[in-house]
Write a protein that binds this ligand. Structure first.
Ligand code: ATP
Length: 359
């Protein structure tokens, strides 16, 4: 187990700066996610931690040891990538043994550790199989066994599940988390799939254009996004433009003038107090909008149903609001389906679910 500290890391490729003074601390035994849109620098940051890149500025510490210039094979990291990079003509055991052979371990030890690693990923007894004789999910497990066999102090995973179908992906999410926790591994996991991050991470960092925009638990980031980009990236949301009127009579809650009337909500983002007449974006998640009457909130939004998608467990609606804007609503466990054109619809939303963001 190891804690990892990234300090003011900057990386340039030619003229373009891909990481801008990135700092983050990852605790030992933590499963930490780097999440962000394509090209934001996630893989580049992970590759620095693995030792494939040296930064132009900044440091990487494993516990208190500076590893910034340490070569890959001396860092003790296990790695698993999107392209599993397995050798198709070799057996499962030969693929898994590679890291140990490279380290020149005795044959008997290699044999035992390979078998152990295969057991860990539930492939015990399949060592003699050829890679081509395995399913995609099994191949993914071989890649994981290969990362684990060296007894790494941390596991680095770069989009490890993106080649799998949806069902296997969900199964492997749980499996990877189970293994990290069972062996006390510090894990750093790169993805642009928010469901993967929300369902697996202890904490996550949202990256954008070479910066870390926010770090927190999945719940913190989902409920208290620091910026509109984070709010949108971490989940579905409805944005409504508005202008702050004033702090309401309830401390910490603000009134915002919008095209569909005044909404009362709470500011999100660290140490920010909105000022009167400040232009803001209001974020309301589809599941926070309710057709039921809610008490203790002044937020009412009259509208008309413009779209309905029935999914059994839930219904997704599009509602045209009085000011002309269309919002998405998610109703769980619906008793009846509302149809397009149905008028007289009124949505309500709790004050805590009206999240005011700095534009
Ligand atoms: P994705 O989700 O698409 O993999 P990412 O967030 O992992 O994206 P990176 O692969 O870290 O993004 O790339 C960040 C930026 O750096 C991109 O603009 C990319 O084109 C650029 N880049 C990455 N590697 C190199 C390289 N070796 N030389 C030049 N530019 C690079």
């Amino acid at each position: 187990m190891v804690s990892i500290s990234i300090r003011q890391l900057t990386k340039r490729f030619g003229r373009s700066t891909v990481l801008h003074g990135v700092s983050v601390d990852i605790e030992e035994g933590e499963l930490f996610f780097l999440l962000g849109p394509s090209g934001c620098g996630k893989t580049t940051l992970l590759r620095h931690i693995a030792g494939f890149y040296e930064p132009d500025e900044g440091q990487i510490l494993f516990d208190d040891k500076d590893v910034t210039k340490l070569p890959v094979h001396q860092r003790g990291t296990g790695m698993m990538f999107q392209s599993y990079a397995l050798w198709p003509h070799m057996t499962v055991a030969q693929n898994v043994a590679f890291g140990l052979e490279e380290r020149k371990r005795p044959v008997a030890e290699i044999h035992q550790r390979v078998e152990e690693a295969l057991e860990q990923v539930k492939l015990g007894g399949l060592g003699a199989r050829k890679i081509q004789q395995l399913s995609g999910g099994q191949q993914q497990r071989v890649a994981l066994a290969r990362a684990l066999v060296i007894h790494p102090n941390c596991l680095l995973l770069d989009e490890p599940l993106s080649n799998l179908d949806a069902k296997l992906r969900i199964e492997m999410r749980a499996e990877i988390r189970r293994i990290c926790k069972a062996y006390g591994l510090t894990g750093i996991y790169v993805t642009h799939d928010r469901d993967e991050a929300l369902s697996m991470a202890d904490r996550l960092a949202i990256m954008d254009k070479g910066h870390i925009v926010q770090v927190g638990t999945p719940e913190e980031v989902y409920r208290n996004p620091a910026t509109p980009m984070v709010a949108e990236f971490i989940g579905e949301t409805n944005f409504i433009e508005g202008t702050v009127v004033q702090e309401s009579s309830r401390p910490g809650l603000f009134n915002v003038e919008t095209p569909m009337g005044v909404l009362r909500g709470r500011p999100s983002g660290k140490d920010w107090v909105p000022s009167a007449r400040q232009p803001v974006l209001v974020s309301i998640r589809p599941e926070a909008l309710s057709f039921q009457r809610l008490f203790d909130t002044p937020n009412r939004l009259p509208g008309k149903i413009t779209g309905t998608t029935y999914l059994g467990a839930m219904v997704q609606y599009e509602i045209g609001l009085a000011g002309g804007q269309v919002v998405r609503v998610l109703e769980m466990n619906p008793e009846r389906v509302r149809h397009v054109g149905e008028a007289g619809t009124e949505l309500m939303v709790a004050m805590k679910d009206v999240v005011i963001l700095r534009k």
